[in-house]
Ligand binder design. Structure first.
Ligand SMILES: [Zn+2]
Ligand SMILES: [Zn+2]
Length: 669
């Protein structure tokens, strides 16, 4: 008997000697997007899909959201290949990025998906990093030693989509991919239900099923059902028809082209993805439309409005998409007319709702008739509802069940549906990204999770935006930045008033007040923390942890601003060291009674004399507050060459300030 994981002979029960099949989703759970799933058995690792998600509000400067792929990078030697179910962005969009980071020897997938993927890989310059292998319905491919995968044709909003039957040493897994049961598919490609039933009959160990619409009762309406509604709106339109939908909704686009032809309208296409996907789909025969139907956008203006249909991107209110630009009056070729009928043949993905309704408002305000929303029958989902889920469960008859592709409540609803079909609750797992599903022929359990999370890509700069950078951008965007320059001698004395600069901070406090607060923080740090932050080396000057000083001042000021002004700007403290013996700046921090509660309960510590001198100075400054903000500290360090040996230069201090800023932002987060 083979003993794959090296366990001791004599273990009773053959299953005990076998490794478990491990299924690890790295994305796509508790969210819609970036579907990425790992299958592992023994030494073989196989990927199923690798999608991306789009950034939510507040992810400043982020174009693309990817799953954390540390696990794949660490295990890249074991990656035997990848399976692609269909060509939607949330299933293939991550692949070009991943190919830059780890090796995927071969990718099997449907022709349309791989054709779209080729375009993305060429753009990313990674065409030579892998082999793309097209598959046909019912084709079986072998990945590594332990996986053989059969592609079962399914129906979905995208053409050429598949459900997978994955045969492993532990048993057969049915991985639905995105699906609905559409018995009258627009392209005539029917769901291969017979093949699904064949696997159900033979015995399915576990079903991993799409949960997107698990909360919706009934059956998902067929794609064809939107045809008469679109037809009505298009035929009744007096002027131009403008339609927006997902470029990747091949069937919808096909029907729109068919309707344009039927209603005697020429089609102008706007938006890069719309042009690309239609070109690919026509080239591969997934979409039939005569060349004469299409007119370049520059010429379409010469046609009568009643003979014009514009098909464009922007159904999700994406700021740079064609329709959004038109709604803002920023499109060079198309301006809205009163006679226009604008049709939203898509529903907003959760998270995009606000930008979609804003776009609709703007278009209406420009005078157009806008057709949108559920009641119009102009959009149906590409994902199964509850009754479809039941049909899938009935066909696959799985021993175990794991709902995937959905937010948490959808997964819970889907698990309930399975239980209503007789799948025992303890045969169902609700999992999160990074969870490990361990399957043996007679058990399912959660193993120790692997690292999962997100990687944010700043595509314009091709870099990863980590959580710290994002936090800093959020602080900058929402609360602005305060910089603070302090001059401190190597023996721990403030040598000049701190100079404060404020950018983008909305506050009642002015630079003078902030400068006084900064002074208090510096004074406190020098009085209470100096002994820990400086080490007397016995030489002429102590060894000072300037970064630590900066951090203490930043954190103190941050706390005060949060408490007293309810703002959290990014605070950057730079310390310019001055030689020991530089005359102390006496300070004016006591000019205003500090009657707020003392931060960290420390305010009373170490207050000393110098109060009178401070008051004197501050009275003068109150008369001329501008002086405080403007007063530049003396470049003390430069003036005293002998101090250079022990004290960092201003540049060094600035550098460490920059490093520190990052760390302290993380601490504050
Ligand atoms: Zn899809
Ligand atoms: Zn999907």
């Amino acid at each position: 008997m083979s003993n794959l994981n090296g366990s001791q002979p004599g273990n009773n029960g053959q299953a005990k000697g076998q490794p478990a099949l491990r299924v690890i989703p790295l994305g796509g759970l508790h969210e819609i997007g970036k579907n990425t799933c790992v299958f592992e058995y023994g030494d073989d690792l196989m990927l199923v899909d690798a999608g991306l998600a789009f950034p939510s509000d507040g992810m400043h400067g982020v174009n693309v959201v990817l799953p954390d792929t540390s696990y794949l990078r660490e295990n890249q030697k074991r990656i035997r290949g990848m399976i692609v179910t269909h060509g939607h962005e949330d299933h293939i969009g991550g692949i070009p990025h991943h190919l830059k980071n780890f090796n995927i020897p071969i990718i099997y997938g449907p022709r349309l998906a791989l054709s779209i993927l080729t375009g993305k890989m060429e753009e990313a310059g990674v065409m030579d990093r892998t082999i793309l292998q097209t598959v046909s319905p019912r084709e079986v491919v072998k990945v590594g030693q332990h996986f053989s995968v059969e592609f079962i044709r399914n129906t979905h909003s995208m053409a050429d989509s598949y459900t997978l039957a994955i045969t492993t040493p532990a048993g057969v897994i049915v991985f639905t991919g995105d699906f609905k049961f559409d018995h009258t598919p627009v392209d005539g490609e029917h769901f291969d239900i017979a093949r699904l039933a064949h696997y159900g009959e033979k015995g399915v160990l576990c079903l991993f099923s799409d949960s997107t619409n698990a909360e919706l009762p009934g059956f998902c309406p067929p794609e064809r059902s939107v045809f008469p509604h679109l037809d009505r709106h298009i035929s009744q339109a007096e002027g131009r028809v403008i339609i927006t939908t997902f470029a990747s909704s091949i069937h919808r686009v096909s029907m729109i082209l068919e309707l344009a032809l039927k209603n005697g309208r020429k089609v102008g296409l706007l938006g890069r993805s719309m042009l690309n996907v239609i070109a690919k789909a026509r080239e591969l025969g997934y979409m039939r439309a005569p060349d004469e139907l299409f007119v370049p956008i520059k010429q379409i203006r010469d046609l009568p409005d009643r003979e014009t249909l514009l098909l464009m991107t922007g159904s999700q209110g994406e700021p740079l998409a064609a329709l959004s630009r038109i709604s803002r009056g920023e499109h060079p070729q198309v301006q809205v007319k009163n006679s226009d009928t604008i049709i939203f043949s898509a529903s907003p993905i959760p998270g995009n709702t606000i930008s979609v309704v804003n776009t609709i408002d703007k278009l209406m305000m420009l005078g157009a008739k806008v057709v949108y929303g559920k009641g119009e029958g102009i959009h149906v989902s590409g994902h199964s509802f509850q009754e479809d889920h039941k049909l899938m469960l009935a066909l696959a008859r799985p021993k175990f069940f794991v709902p995937v592709h959905g937010e948490h409540r959808m997964l819970v609803a889907h698990a309930k549906t399975a239980q209503s079909m007789g799948v025992p609750a303890d045969h169902t797992l609700i999992i999160d990204n990074g969870d490990v599903v361990e399957l043996t022929p007679d058990s399912i359990r959660k193993g120790d999770p692997v690292k999962a999370g997100i990687e944010l890509l700043d595509a314009s700069r091709n870099g990863i935006v980590d959580a710290r950078v994002l936090k800093e951008r959020q602080q900058l965007a929402e609360d602005g930045v305060i910089t603070l320059l302090a001059v401190i001698t190597t023996d721990g004395v403030m040598a000049a008033p701190p100079r404060v600069n404020i950018r983008g901070v909305v506050t009642t406090a002015d630079a003078r007040k902030l400068s006084i607060w900064a002074e208090r923080e510096i004074t406190w740090v020098l009085e209470n923390r100096w002994s820990q932050l400086s080490r007397n080396t016995g030489g002429k000057a102590p060894d000072v942890d300037w970064v630590g000083v900066q951090r203490e001042v930043e954190l103190g000021l941050q706390r005060r601003l949060r408490r007293e002004l309810q703002v959290e700007p990014l605070i950057i403290c730079l310390v310019q060291p001055a030689p020991a013996g530089t005359p102390a700046y006496k300070g004016r921090a006591d000019a205003e009674p500090d009657n707020r509660p003392a931060p960290r309960g420390r305010r009373e510590v170490g207050r000393d004399g110098g109060r009178e001198a401070g008051r004197e100075l501050s009275r003068e400054l109150v008369r001329d507050p501008a002086r405080v903000a403007a007063a530049a500290p003396a470049p003390a360090a430069a003036a005293a060459p002998e101090a250079k040996d022990s004290a960092p230069s201003a540049d060094e201090a600035e550098l460490s300030g920059r490093t520190r800023r990052r760390r302290s932002a993380a601490v504050a987060g």
